[in-house]
Structure formats: C-alpha cells, structure tokens
Ligand binder design. Sequence first.
Ligand code: 4NP
Length: 161
Amino acid sequence: MIKVLFVCLGNICRSPLAEAIFNHKIKDLGLDHQFKSDSAGTSDFHIGELPDERTIKCAQNNGLKMAHRGRQVNRTDFRDFDYIIAMDDNNLRNLNNLKVRYNFPDKEIFLMRDFVAGEEGLPVPDPYYGNEEGFEEIYHILDQAIDHFLVKVKEVHQIYA
Ligand code: 4NP
C-alpha cells in the first residue's frame, strides 16, 4: 500500500480537495487497492470540521465525493505516509520543522506543484479569503498536479495502469 498525505493550513479547502481528486483518479485507474490517501492541516483551526462549504460545492460540481473531517498533522504521519505533499511554501516549512521535532529528519516532504514541469516552487494558492472562483482555480491546479504526481509515482513503483 502506497500512502499519500496531502497537507495545507486548515485542512478544509486545498488538501481535502486534493484527497478527493486523488481518490477519484486512482479509482478510475483501478489502483484504489494499491493506494491509501488522507489529508491534514498544519494548524489546529478546524479540527473535526467538515470541509469549507465552498470546497464541498466545488467537489460536487466536479463529480467528487468528500467525507473528510479536519485534522492536524501529527508525529505518526511522518512514519506512516510514503508521500507527504504540501500545498505551499508555508506548509512545506512547517512540515520540515515538524519532521525534525518529531525525529524524522530524513523524511522528504514534497511540494504539490513541483510535480509539474515549469511550475516548480509555485503554491496551490490559499482560497480561504477569496471567492468561489478561487476554488475552481485550485481544482484545476490540483487536477493537473495530481496527474503529474501519479505519472511519477507509477514510474517509481513500477505500476502499470
Ligand atoms: P486551507 O485553507 O489551508 O486550504 O484549508 C484555509 C482554511 C482556513 C484558514 C486558512 C486557510 N483559516 O485561517 O482558518
């Protein structure tokens, strides 16, 4: 089982949407028995909450189901997940600090858009203080970045699908 964790700040907008997109794609590819995904936030702002209603609406508009409840990244995540993927630089910095504090100094943390050639270092922008269009924008960014991530991960693990 390859375990993938998507991480943003609040775990109510970007990362649960990434998780839903990823789950949809692996199901389509018939790879759902080989992957397990989850999402989490670096903050404790929205623990136990459903995704933002704009996230849920965006997911529904794009044919995705969500059943996630907000949670904060914890120590065992660094042990349990093969791929921990941050949405932006802030998340990346926080995760790189946490991995040292939790004694996983060698754990590689990935940045979502680094999987897309030409988009290295760019953020999946935080849509929280914006409008619904921002959610559609991050949906498209995530959709593409996850396609690229899947190409890479299938190659690394020699999965042919
Ligand atoms: P997310 O968006 O990190 O994509 O879930 C945010 C959600 C909540 C807050 C900020 C960003 N907040 O400040 O509460």
